[in-house]
Structures are given as structure tokens and as C-alpha cells.
Design a protein around this ligand. Structure first.
Ligand SMILES: Nc1ncnc2c1ncn2[C@@H]1O[C@H](COP(=O)(O)OP(=O)(O)OP(=O)(O)O)[C@@H](O)[C@H]1O
Ligand SMILES: [Mg+2]
Length: 297
């Protein structure tokens, strides 16, 4: 594949309050239309990494690194005033809890209209048509009525569809989904994953999918990066990682998932750093090396 990456991170670190390093030296690339999974236990730095791409970190956080490129623009060297303009069309995010993504006080339509604030040339009616079309594309039944509904009138799964529609209204090159199905039941989860696959095929949007659940990652991702204690410890083709994990932490993670399936639990237990020998160099599967991706442009 010869297209330049949508997202290109090189040696990125994030420190909270000058002391707690939540992300350490992460390098990762996502190409157009690619679905990359980011997996790791709670506290491994997945959300911090996502928030650093979208400018959602709190003021106490500091980002350092060589490169944070979105659509070929380096956000690390961009001025504050340029950042919003670069990020807006570059990347959008879907969060874990769809209920918390919307204000309970305003209708779905009013909130989605706010996403189109930059579009000063279209009328209210045109924006409504655009939003109803996006809701239809996201599989919302009776989208015209949902436009005037309040968030509490929709189920969690339906609201997550609305959140995906809202993200895609911005026509981003990259959709970051942080645990988008964790708050949903298994049937809804399958539907949302199906929708994301469909939208990727239709719009060519690249997806960075963050999850604890290996099943979710296996279902949808082309490539997987495994995070542990702020670092990417293994990265490669999804099938290769699942069938032949190389890093001790990835092996432990897969073993945990099997026991979770048996016990019915949904969150991964924390694994002791000592057990995994995680300070060893990150492993990149032979089928998909970072160098190859970087040279692909
Ligand atoms: N605002 C913050 N201030 C200080 N430390 C933070 C802040 N947000 C996160 N952290 C710390 O950074 C580390 C990484 O947290 P992060 O939320 O990125 O992990 P995660 O992999 O997304 O976890 P989870 O799977 O539970 O969502 C954790 O040790 C966490 O306590
Ligand atoms: Mg998180």
C-alpha cells in the first residue's frame, strides 16, 4: 500500500503533573482505511494516547516526542491557533459511554447541528437534511423523529450510533473509538462493530479502536498494537498477534482473555510487570514492520 499514513506518531510521551509518565516513547502509524487496535490493561495509557492526538489532555499533561502527525501535519510544532483547524477535519472520537457524550438538556438534532458550526454557508434546513442523512447512514430508524428526540429517549446502542454519526459528520480521516462497545450488551456490541466495518468500507475512514476486549479487536482490526505500562510492547498483523504472540505480556493477555471467557467477566485483570519481562524491546511481527509502513509513502 503506497498511501501516506493518516496518523504518524514517533517516540511520543505524555507526562501528567511533571511526574507520572502515562505514555512512554510510543511510535505508531495508521494508514488510510486501516483499522488498528490498541489493546492493554486498565491504566496502560490507551486513553492518554488517544487524548494526546485529539488535544483532550488536561493542562497538567505535557506531550514530548519526535512526531505527532495527523494528515501530514505535525501537531507538535503547530501553533495553538492552528491546532483546532488541523484536528477538526483530521480526527474525531467516539467515547465509551454514549449517555455521557450528549447533554440531557438538548435534542439530538440541536447537538448534532453544533458539530456543523463551521459550515456557515448552509441553512438550518440544509444542516437538518445533512444530519438526518448521517443518522440514516449510522443505521438509525426513523431518523427524522430521532432528530427531535432527547438522549434519554434512545437506547445506549442507538445513542452510540448517533455518536458515530456525529463523529462522521466532521468527515474525519481518522476515527478514534475508545472502548465504544464496553457499555453495551453483546448484541448491541456486534451491531456497532458491524456498523463501523460498514462505514470504513463506505467512507474509507481509518479507525483506531481502543479496547480491553480481544474479541472486539479480533473482530474488526487489520493490525494490533499491545500497550503495557505506557509502552507499545508488541505490534503487528492482527491474525499473527492472535495466533502467535511473541511478547510475554501479549501471551499473558491472551491467556487472561481465555479465562475471562470462562468466568464471564468483561475487564482484564492487571498483570505484574515483573512477570512479563516487559522492559525488553517492543516486538513487531514479521508480517508488518513499522519500517515498512513508514517507508510506504
Ligand atoms: N488526568 C490525569 N492526571 C494524572 N494521571 C492520569 C490522568 N489521566 C490518567 N492518568 C494516569 O495515566 C495512566 C494511564 O491512564 P489511561 O486512562 O490513559 O489508561 P487506559 O489504558 O485508558 O486505562 P482504561 O483501560 O482503564 O481506560 C494511569 O496510571 C492513570 O492513572
Ligand atoms: Mg481508557
Amino acid at each position: 500500500m503506497s498511501k501516506a499514513p493518516v496518523l504518524d506518531l514517533a517516540d511520543l510521551s505524555v507526562t501528567y503533573s511533571g511526574v507520572a509518565q502515562a505514555v512512554t516513547g510510543v511510535s505508531l502509524q495508521v494508514r488510510p482505511g486501516e483499522v488498528v487496535g490498541l489493546i492493554g490493561e486498565s491504566g496502560s495509557g490507551k486513553s492518554t494516547l488517544a487524548h494526546s492526538i485529539l488535544g483532550l489532555l488536561p493542562p497538567s499533561a505535557r506531550i514530548d516526542g519526535q512526531r505527532l502527525m495527523l494528515n501530514g501535519q505535525d501537531l507538535l510544532s503547530a501553533s495553538k491557533s492552528d491546532l483546532a483547524a488541523l484536528r477538526g477535519p483530521g480526527a474525531a472520537m467516539v467515547f465509551q459511554n454514549p449517555m455521557a457524550s450528549f447533554s440531557p438538556l438538548h435534542t439530538i438534532g440541536r447537538q448534532l447541528t453544533d458539530f456543523l458550526w463551521r459550515d456557515v454557508n448552509s441553512s438550518r434546513a440544509q444542516k437538518r437534511r445533512q444530519i438526518v442523512a448521517a443518522l440514516t447512514e449510522a443505521g438509525i430508524s426513523d431518523p427524522d423523529a430521532r432528530f427531535d428526540a432527547y438522549p434519554f429517549e434512545l437506547s445506549g446502542g442507538m445513542l452510540q450510533r448517533v455518536a458515530i454519526a456525529a463523529a462522521l459528520l466532521m468527515k474525519p480521516s481518522l476515527l478514534i473509538a475508545d472502548e465504544p462497545t464496553t457499555a453495551l450488551d453483546v448484541t448491541m456490541e456486534a451491531q456497532i462493530l458491524h456498523l463501523m466495518r460498514e462505514l470504513r468500507a463506505k467512507t474509507g475512514v481509518a479507525i483506531l479502536m481502543i479496547s480491553h476486549q480481544l474479541g472486539v479487536i479480533a473482530e474488526i482490526c487489520d493490525r494490533v498494537a499491545v500497550m503495557y505500562a505506557g509502552r507499545i510492547v508488541e505490534e503487528g498483523d492482527a491474525q499473527a498477534i492472535f495466533s502467535n504472540p511473541q511478547h510475554p505480556y501479549t501471551k499473558a493477555l491472551l491467556a487472561c482473555e481465555l479465562s475471562l471467557v470462562e468466568s464471564g467477566a468483561r475487564r482484564l485483570p492487571v498483570i505484574d510487570w515483573q512477570e512479563t519481562n516487559a522492559e525488553s524491546a517492543p516486538i513487531t511481527s514479521a508480517t508488518e514492520s513499522r519500517t515498512t509502513i513508514g517507508d510506504a509513502a
